[in-house]
Design a protein around this ligand. Structure first.
Ligand code: AMP
Length: 279
């Protein structure tokens, strides 16, 4: 992959990367479209498909995470992807169990709260695999989704802090017609659970409506308590966190106003879903 990428760059082609864990949906494909547009006719788009073990906690869904490389390949081909980079664990983390891999990339500020708090080793896995992918694919741009808002902010910060010559592009969240954000994990939402998953979107809408009708900042603690009540009206839903923060620094705000960023994580049965929006 690295050799191929170097040859492309030498020939003057722009290279765009879309990192994914596969089981592709229209949200991923919207990132691919964006990458194709940005690199232009003569450019190359690489989609990486890798369920990265280092970003999953021991109790999480790594082994049952949905995988379908044959279907992903068809979707990528239709979308005009030039190369799928789908390494295996032994290639990405050689002799990992035997101490054969021991270098990690850690962002220390933006990754403290929210996802970082609920999933303590998650972002260390993300920033490490993203740094590896940048070194392997050598893209001049990489497209990430706003669905993982904190992740996109951390990747931007890491690329800047470590001088990766990569432009990070963040594309908007793609949703189902009823407002559920597309996610590979939606596959887990059997029967009743699919409808209950709408509490995430409903919480974002409720917060937005409250902010729009209030002339003063709303105390974050009060809004959090209200949303927790709303969410837990769905019998299978359990709130992990809801946070209100400044969109660039990710610093929590005491008072919520128009322009505050909101993010939340909710368990629907065993499935943990996330969503976010600018209020
Ligand atoms: P994943 O395969 O879940 O790791 O996601 C790969 C990339 O696709 C990440 O940058 C995600 O933020 C992005 N992504 C996932 N779901 C969506 C969505 N519904 N809309 C836009 N981007 C998404």
């Amino acid at each position: 992959m690295q050799r191929l990428a170097r040859n492309w760059r030498r020939a003057g082609a722009r290279v765009g990367l879309v990192p994914t864990m596969g089981y592709l949906h229209a949200g991923h494909l919207s990132l691919v479209q964006r990458a194709c547009r940005l690199v232009g006719q003569r450019g190359k788009v690489v989609v990486s498909i890798y369920v990265n073990p280092t970003q999953f906690g021991p109790q999480e869904d790594f082994s049952r995470y949905p995988r379908d490389l044959a279907r992903d390949t068809r979707l990528c081909r239709k979308a005009g992807v030039d190369v799928i980079f789908a390494p295996d664990d032994a290639q990405m983390y050689p002799r990992n169990g035997a101490g054969g891999f021991s270098t990690f990339v850690v962002e220390e500020t933006l990754s403290r709260g929210m996802e970082g708090k609920s999933r303590p080793t998650h972002f260390r896995g993300v920033t490490t695999v993203v740094a590896k992918l940048f070194n392997i694919v050598q893209p001049e741009l990489a497209v990430f989704g706003a669905k993982d808002y904190q992740q996109a902010a951390i990747v931007k910060r890491t690329a800047r802090d470590l001088n990766f010559p990569v432009k990070i592009v963040v594309a908007p969240i793609l949703r189902e017609p009823d407002g559920l954000a597309l996610s590979s994990r939606n596959k887990y939402l059997a029967g009743e659970l699919r409808a209950q998953a709408l509490v995430l979107r409903r919480s974002l809408e409720k917060a937005r409506a409250e902010v729009r009708k209030s002339s003063r900042p709303i105390p974050a603690a009060r809004l959090k308590a209200e949303l927790k009540r709303l969410i837990e009206q769905a019998p299978a839903a359990r709130l992990d966190y809801v946070e209100f923060f400044e969109p660039h620094t990710l610093v929590p705000v005491p008072g919520v106003t128009r322009g505050t960023q909101m993010a939340l994580a909710v368990f629907i049965g065993q499935t943990r879903l996330i969503d976010n929006a600018r209020l």
